[in-house]
Design a protein around this ligand. Structure first.
Ligand code: BGC
Length: 763
């Protein structure tokens, strides 16, 4: 009894604790004080655009799209809906159209409601302003990670913010801070890869790029970011989207929480919740994760948004609520501030009833609405509810394109280059083949002009595919194109068809080299689920058949996740991973193949060799146990195709003279690490200098190594630079068996490429 009372008291104080930290802005407080329950609950609702357009029903809009003003009034004036998201009919729109849509909604919100609160429009501007025709598209996050260039991540996000505001929209559902630790997961390419430090550093840069260094999002060139999908979304047991994850707290805190913690510290204004279950509990219903950890422990004072339909999912899919109304109660009491409903307004009716019945405290509603109104206020929406495209002359400009092109080049990762076969001479005759060779859709991936990327070809006609770019570079007469295998773009866009393998084989007779472009067609979320991580059988057959010709083969991979290539990799003289490089991927790949750009990208994940061995680089030592040679034939080693952090260049780099300023580090101290890197080849190039640490002995088994710092440098031939790093105790801390972050005394190695040095951490 006493225990229960204590717990309840503690929970109440905690609840107040989270709410009390939220900033009190007099303007917002004044509004809040005047609002009715109905008006407050309306602010917490978010609908998708199709609901308020003219069209058959809430999922289909007539084209050309137009708002149905009666429906706008119903949603925005009658219900007081606080937010609208998405495009209509899943299609990109012009800036002019966006301006019309957002203005018409704001006019109703401001002129036809009692308090004139503007609507907060949100969109998935994921790798550029996804749903605006003519916007600048960058590599998807996985490619951005491969560039290991934080400044470029920030710059691309700044440009995206600019072009999103040019589309009259002030809020993007980006960045993804989930960890890309399972290559089966269909959203791996939306992440910054498997390493916690890399994802944390780049996530912060992206947030700062969207929001500005000081997070002043009233600046009309900035947008509010939305870090997602909190927490533990990307590592489901089955590898499939929106399926359960089992993540012990030690692992949640060691590898999944840090990017969000850094995102909160970097001031992200909003966060979106993981659609799935962690340890049996839907995250949307988890008071512990949403309120105790995110709002109280991490001190998140911004707006917490559900993912698509996820309150209703608590009832219909996940069955933790016996009715839709109970689902609303669970989610709001757990800490949700805004519901991406997105098709009807039952949510509002239920929530009003729940408050009146005493099932949801008014203090919770006030806290949620305060967070929402604060966000609107900080975005300057009360002063400037709509930005105008004519104030954004740099939209789609050469200046922006250069950044996207450079980013695509910097992302490309050279994984194999036997006997220096690359770069090829521009006098070479080449066969270009494979289902990804002539596809803007595949270069961009999902979230490109449409959700699944299926409308890319309609909007991206002016850009060059890989085959276009190769023809442009070396002349049409030197290039033969036979696709060999193609995707069924209309129906099962996953499925490819071997329609002309023999044609490709015949065409190879007249060329010096074969450039074979393989991978995946575009996809996003659930439709990208996989039963088998191997590259498709048809593509493997194409590679096999072409190998028989004896012509040297260059494999270009264009894919969102590392599909298994073990069977065909030995046929390849060179392997280039282009990931999902965006609209400038064609020229970037062609620049690398023909030596106009010296590649410097590094893998942001471990490229697996076998579908059953999906182990990340930061594994425990027991993943690689010694084999008893000749006694048993174990398959127990850490066998990977290519390691995390790996990537070749057309030049060579020599590392030497690793030195530490001291052999001992303590809690308040700093360790300075220096290493010399020299370009020993004949071409200028980029190198990503990576610093790892490895603990000798700790109370929980240490990972074999962990990335702690990196620095991307450019060296001319013969040039040598000294690269300096600083580490503190925090950098070698870890989560112990009591789920606490600690430092433990003992020896630690610093590892930079093949050099290492040891220091002691002392308490
Ligand atoms: C995705 C989110 C996205 C949202 C809005 C959901 O299906 O999981 O990442 O932001 O849709 O489009």
């Amino acid at each position: 009894m006493i225990l229960i009372t204590l717990f309840a008291a503690c929970t109440n104080t905690e609840k107040q604790g989270a709410a009390n930290q939220v900033e009190r802005i007099p303007f917002v407080e004044n509004l809040l004080a005047q609002m009715t329950l109905e008006e407050k609950v309306g602010q917490m609702a978010q609908l998708t655009l199709d609901v308020i357009t003219i069209g058959e029903d809430e999922t289909v809009s007539d084209e050309p799209i137009a708002l149905d003003m009666d429906l706008v009034r119903w949603a925005v004036a009658e219900y007081g809906v606080g937010s609208i998201l998405n495009t209509a009919n899943n299609r990109a729109r012009t800036r002019e159209k966006w301006h019309t849509i957002v203005s018409q909604i704001q006019e109703v919100a401001i002129n036809e409601t009692r308090l004139g609160i503007p609507v907060l429009y949100g969109i998935d501007a994921i790798h550029g302003t996804t749903y605006t025709a003519g916007a600048t598209f960058f590599p998807q996050q996985i490619g951005q990670a491969a560039a290991f260039n934080p400044e470029l991540v920030r710059r691309a996000a700044e440009i995206t913010a600019y072009e999103t505001r040019a589309s009259a929209i002030p809020w993007t559902f980006s960045p993804v801070l989930d960890m890309g630790r399972d290559p089966r997961f269909p959203r791996m390419w939306e992440t910054f890869g498997e390493d916690v430090y890399l994802a944390t550093v780049l996530g912060v840069e992206m947030i700062k790029g969207y929001e500005g260094e000081d997070n002043d999002v009233s600046d009309p060139f900035r947008v509010a970011s939305c870090a997602k999908h909190y927490l533990g979304y990307s590592v489901p047991v089955s590898g499939k989207d929106r399926t359960p994850a089992l993540i012990p707290e030690i692992e949640l805190r060691e590898r999944h929480l840090p990017p969000f913690q850094a995102g909160v510290a970097a001031g992200t204004h909003t966060i979106m919740v993981n659609s799935a279950l962690v340890n049996g509990v839907p995250v949307h219903a988890s008071y512990e994760l949403l309120t105790s950890v995110l709002k109280e422990e991490l001190g998140f004072t911004g707006l917490l948004l559900t993912d698509w339909w996820d309150i209703e999912n608590l009832h219909t899919r996940d069955r933790v609520a016996a009715s839709s109304k109970e689902a609303v109660k669970l989610a709001i009491n757990a800490g949700i501030d805004m519901a991406m409903i997105p098709y009807n307004l039952d949510f509002c009716d239920y929530l009003i009833e729940l408050v009146n019945e005493g099932e949801v405290p008014m203090s919770r509603i006030d806290d949620a609405v305060r967070r929402i109104l604060n966000t609107k206020y900080k975005l300057g929406l009360f002063d400037t509810p709509v930005t105008h495209y004519s104030d954004y002359p740099l939209f789609g400009s050469e200046q922006f394109i250069e950044v996207a092109y450079q980013f695509a080049q910097e992302s490309i990762t050279l994984l194999k280059n036997e006997d220096g076969i690359l770069p090829l001479s521009k006098n070479a005759r080449v066969l270009v083949t494979g289902p990804n060779a002539n596809s803007m859709r595949a270069l961009n991936g999902g979230w490109s002009y449409s959700w699944q990327g299926e409308k890319v070809d309609e909007f991206a006609q002016d850009y060059s595919t890989i085959i276009d770019a190769i023809r442009d570079k070396i002349g049409t007469q030197r290039v033969t194109f036979r696709e060999g295998v193609r995707y069924d773009n209309d129906n099962h866009y996953w499925v490819d068809e071997a329609f002309d393998i023999q044609g490709a084989v015949r065409a190879a007779a007249n060329v010096d080299y074969i450039v074979i472009v393989l991978g995946e067609n575009s996809y996003a979320e659930k439709p990208g689920d996989l039963h088998d991580l191997s590259l498709s059988q048809n593509q493997i057959e194409l590679a096999r058949a072409l190998f028989q010709t004896g012509k040297p083969m260059i494999l270009v991979l264009n894919q969102g996740r590392p599909r298994i290539i073990r069977e065909i990799e030995p046929y390849m003289s060179a392997v280039i991973n282009a990931y999902l490089p965006g609209n400038y991927g064609g020229p970037a790949v062609s620049d690398v193949i023909f030596g106009d750009y010296n590649p410097g990208g590094k893998l942001p994940f471990t490229y697996p060799m076998y579908a059953n061995s999906l182990v990340t680089y930061d594994h425990k030592p027991s993943e690689n146990q010694e084999q008893m040679e000749g006694v048993y034939d174990y398959e127990s080693d850490f066998a990977v195709q290519y390691e995390f952090g790996f990537g070749l260049s057309y030049t060579t780099f020599a590392y030497s003279h690793l030195r530490l300023n001291r052999q001992q580090l303590d809690a308040g101290g700093q360790l300075e690490i220096l290493v010399d890197v020299e370009n020993t080849g004949s071409l200028a190039g980029h190198e990503v200098v990576q610093l790892y640490t490895s603990a000798h002995f700790t109370s929980v088994t240490p990972d074999v190594k962990r990335l702690r710092r990196f620095s991307k440098i450019h060296l001319e031939p013969g040039e040598k630079k000294t690269v300096a790093f600083t580490l503190t105790a925090d950098d070698i801390s870890f989560i112990n068996a009591q789920n606490k972050r600690v430092n433990e005394a003992g020896a630690y190695d610093i590892i930079i490429r093949d050099l290492s040095s040891t220091f002691n951490f002392v308490k």
